[in-house]
Design a protein around this ligand. Structure first.
Ligand SMILES: [Fe+2]
Length: 413
């Protein structure tokens, strides 16, 4: 069957002119790309009163993680969630790595939540700042050299490459012009001292040692490199007449996941259009959102540095407070990173330790208690950092869009 049916009381179009007193749910496959039905409920699908069993929504306060690299320069980031495709880590590195590193297990996408510094690699140095997405392809030799002490990096590790989505009808300049992509200039480091290169393969580190600095590349060419874009340079699309699905905000695609960026934008103006994310039950994806800066419109009691995980099968949608606020709000003021995993994501013991166990109650209409943790300084710092661009001295801005073969986005949720 490939035509829509319409039964009972239903809206003419999705997300617009909902029947009086109803709560719309999009029950769809392949994220927002497959077959779908819109269900008009008489209660919010999140109005549960009790959970039994292991499946429930999670909210991790990543500010509470204590990665080994925060205090020990030889330490590692901490992994808090993952599956066979994707592993999520947090690094709070305060000191430069006294070694070089190479990940033979996967590609890495670093999101800079807080802190500034330099990523040294085979391709040359690349400065980073808050809001940067830095792509470090598999097996690139690299080293993190922070310039600040209060650093917070979210690392998304994938078995396959992170690539740009196909932009289709929107054209190549949509979301961001490829000219804002920054790539490193070669800069060989001449140094007669022993350097360790740590190589991660099959989850284990081995080390090799050189009597010189391994970053001795004086030139490079090709379509594979370290590169970055800042979230600030992404210009989200929206419709004034209909709420667009999260897939409209896709930034990267990789085999086991899709990464989207939520940025400030005006809300829909059409009086009949819904202005908050519609309810859905993540039929084919586990959905992760990392809250970077701003006020998180659709979530109550969520602050910067927190991360939610909504597993497939359980509904999620706006908190009751957000549904009420949509009558008066005219724009969003949030910066967040969403990752939808194709296969179920599981918490590690470190993730379990910072999980807000009562999060599932946060949709209850009478929820009034404050969140368990509010890093006010962190919120302010991140918001300020996003406010204006910082010159990234020493880096060239060259479009690399042509070399990144666009991949079809096979749905996301
Ligand atoms: Fe969602």
């Amino acid at each position: 069957m490939n035509y829509p049916l319409k039964k009972g009381k239903a809206a003419q179009q999705a997300h617009v002119g909902l029947p009086e007193g109803t709560f719309e749910e999009e029950h769809g496959r392949k994220g927002f790309y497959g077959k779908s039905a819109h269900l008009y409920h008489t209660h919010p699908p999140t109005a549960w009163v009790r959970f039994e069993g292991k499946l429930r929504p999670h909210c991790l306060d990543l500010n509470k993680l204590e990665p080994a690299d925060q205090k020990n320069p030889k330490g590692e980031p901490v992994a808090f969630m993952g599956n066979d495709d994707i592993i999520l880590h947090v690094s709070r590195r305060t000191e430069p790595m006294p070694f070089y590193r190479r990940n033979a297990d996967g590609d890495e996408l670093w999101f800079v939540h807080r802190g500034k510094g330099r990523l040294e690699s085979d391709f040359g140095p690349l400065n980073f700042e808050p809001g940067d997405y830095v792509i470090v392809p598999r097996s690139v030799t690299h080293r993190i050299v922070p310039q600040t002490k209060d650093n917070f990096f979210l690392i998304m590790e994938s078995k396959t490459e992170f690539e740009e989505p196909e932009k289709g009808l929107l054209g190549q300049h949509a979301l961001y012009d490829p000219a804002v992509v920054t790539t490193p200039e070669p800069q060989a480091i001449s140094e007669d001292k022993e350097w360790e290169v740590r190589i991660k393969a099959e989850g284990e580190y081995s080390s090799l040692f050189y009597p010189f600095n391994p970053l001795d590349v004086i030139g490079w060419k090709g379509d594979l490199t370290v590169w970055k874009i800042n979230m600030r340079d992404i210009r989200p699309i929206m419709s004034h007449r209909a709420h667009l699905p999260p897939s409209a905000h896709t930034t990267f695609v990789t085999q086991g996941a899709v990464v989207c960026s939520f940025l400030p934008r005006p809300l829909e103006k059409d009086p009949e259009a819904v202005k908050v994310p519609f309810f859905h039950r993540n039929t084919d994806y586990d959905e992760v959102i990392f809250y970077h800066a701003g006020n998180f419109f659709s979530r109550h009691n969520i602050y910067a540095g927190m991360l939610t995980l909504h597993p497939r099968g359980i509904h999620h949608g706006p908190h009751p407070q957000a549904r009420l606020a949509q009558a008066t709000k005219t724009e969003t003021d949030e910066y967040a990173v969403m990752l939808d995993g194709l296969n179920p994501l599981h918490l590690t013991p470190a993730g379990e330790a910072v999980d807000w166990k009562e999060y599932w109650k946060s949709w209850l209409e009478d929820v009034k208690k404050p969140a368990p943790h509010r890093p006010a300084e962190a919120v302010k710092a991140a918001a300020t950092a996003m406010a204006k661009p910082t010159k990234t001295a020493g880096n060239s801005k060259k479009p690399v869009g042509a070399r990144l073969v666009p991949k079809r986005v096979e749905g996301k949720g």
